[in-house]
Write a protein that binds this ligand. Structure first.
Ligand code: MG
Length: 401
């Protein structure tokens, strides 16, 4: 090997970014953090620059970038600072950082993820929204440039590990009957409809198994996270939505399964720690140390599996339907969900209002094909506007339950 592989991390200050840096720090001879990008967290990015000495640091918010620049110069650090939304796209396509971790949460990560695909990078995708909103575009760009797609979402990484090697992104794997995505069920799995109506943001953000950001924690509580993952799996593995099943598995030790036509089920198990999928993607096709503890199966005791409840968790069937329809439907679903979740976190919408907002926005249309990024962004913008109006309407009627 000729020197360490350069890595760019989009979303360096988030959970995925910090875990990626943790794995990189274990293998200084193999990897080097060449570029770190975030939206606005100056303090954390500065600390990372001091420790990892990247060539580039990018912040999407110009004022934050100016603050970082000043702090770096005061400390005599030579890291080049890039500012504005284009900065993330720039570091996604650097030739000296051919491995890109797309770890920005939400639609904000779309443009930079697409830029990495266009540039033919080794693209480690943790930004599920780019697959959900613009999956066909992302696949087309990856195919055209030869970019490799390595899923980081624990479920899709598990499936990737259980599939035969060498498959092109988005191509149906041979001999597969179906995919089974496991769901922890989130913090409200056993809550009654009445309890769900009164659920608070703090309760929703207390996930039993995984430590995650606030938005994805709420998605986990509504099961929308699993719904988005159905859409994600449909894009990544080229299977129709009716061949992607969801099973609730409280222990979060089986990260997902692939069923083959001969009846074989292959599963990937491990401690719930994002460093496993991150290390797998960084090292692929080799296996490298991730710092993750061994899983003690005897201590785990039993593994349970049960069906998800579509009545208490209507976001899952809403997402399944969007996966089946395809085109712009997943982008509309995702936009409505982001608006509704933000409103819930800010106390302007109750928990059960989240699925109501999404359903109302989907019912209003539009559908259609995702021909280019502009059509996706237009569908996203109009769905957000409708969702904002719907949040106000539901808030005003004081709808509960
Ligand atoms: Mg996941």
């Amino acid at each position: 090997m000729s020197g360490p592989m350069g890595v760019a991390i989009l979303g360096a200050t988030g959970t995925i970014g910090e875990n990626t840096l943790d794995v990189i720090a274990r293998h200084p001879e193999r990897f080097r953090a060449v570029a770190l990008g975030a939206r606005r967290d100056v303090g954390k990015l500065l600390a990372q620059c001091e420790r990892f000495r990247p060539d580039y640091a990018a912040l999407a918010e110009p004022q934050a970038a100016a603050d970082l620049e000043r702090a770096l110069r005061e400390r005599g650090l030579p890291t080049r600072v890039l500012a504005g939304p284009g900065a993330l796209e720039h570091i996604a396509a650097l030739p000296e950082a051919p491995a890109v971790m797309a770890g920005i949460v939400g639609a904000a990560g779309l443009a930079s993820t697409l830029a990495a695909a266009r540039a033919g990078q080794r693209l480690m995708i943790a930004n599920k929204e780019s697959l959900v909103m613009a999956g066909p575009l992302l696949l087309a760009q990856a195919r055209a440039s030869g970019a490799m797609l390595l899923p980081i979402d624990s479920e899709h990484n598990a499936i990737f590990q259980c599939l035969p090697p060498g498959l092109a992104p988005g191509c149906e794997p041979p001999g597969v009957r179906r995919i089974l995505l496991t769901a922890s069920g989130g913090p409200f799995l056993d809550w009654s409809a009445e309890q769900l109506a009164a659920a608070t943001p703090a309760q929703a953000c207390k996930h039993p198994k995984w430590v995650m950001g606030r938005k994805i924690s709420v998605d986990s509580a509504t099961l929308m996270n699993k719904g988005l993952e159905v859409i994600e799996a449909r894009i990544l593995f080229g299977l129709a939505a009716d061949r992607i099943d969801v099973v609730v598995h409280r222990q979060s030790l089986v990260h997902s399964l692939v069923e083959y036509v001969d009846g074989s089920l292959l599963a990937q198990l491990g401690s719930p720690d994002m460093r496993t999928p991150i290390a797998y993607a960084l090292g692929w096709p080799e296996r490298i140390d991730s710092g993750v503890q061994s899983l003690d199966l005897a201590q785990a005791g039993s593994l349970q599996f049960e069906p998800p409840d579509p009545v208490r968790f209507p976001c899952l069937p809403l997402a399944r339907e969007a996966a089946r329809v395809g085109g712009l439907a997943p982008a509309v679903l995702n936009a409505a969900n982001e608006v509704a979740v933000a409103a819930f976190l800010e106390g302007r919408l109750n928990f059960c209002g989240i699925s109501r907002v999404i359903e109302a926005v989907i019912d209003a249309g539009p559908s259609g094909t995702a021909t280019d990024l502009d059509s996706v962004l237009a569908a996203d913008a109009s769905a957000r506007e409708r969702a904002v109006r719907e949040v106000v309407r539901l808030g005003r009627t004081g709808a509960t339950g």
